[in-house]
Ligand binder design. Sequence first.
Ligand SMILES: [Zn+2]
Length: 136
Amino acid sequence: MATAAVRADDSRGRHTTTHRELVVIPSGALLIDNPGMREVGLVGTEEDLGAAFSDIDELVHECRFSDCTHATEPGCAVRAAREQGDLSEDRYQSWRKLQKELAYLLARDDVRAQAAQRQMLKARAKYAKGFRKDRR
Ligand SMILES: [Zn+2]
């Protein structure tokens, strides 16, 4: 795709594309060029991940322990499927990666929610304190 050059002295410039395009690359995968977008994040829930990986989701329900991490536990159906070749390593690794990213995002949102709650309680306490002073 056509882009402008980057300056040699400071490595800055407009080395970007200017239109959206969906490209089929030789492997058959689809690549979306979306100018102006610097990062693509995960949006969704654990249910969405389970729906996208329904084969693994079914295995998860067969694990011996309900808190199985699907890594090294005995009686793990996911591990057994990997060992038997019923579940490809690529697919398992993709699932793990998205699972970790989702866990990080959920924890981050939780931290933000807690901070917002503290802020709200602080503001409320400050308001109440001011109100008591005014009544004297
Ligand atoms: Zn498991």
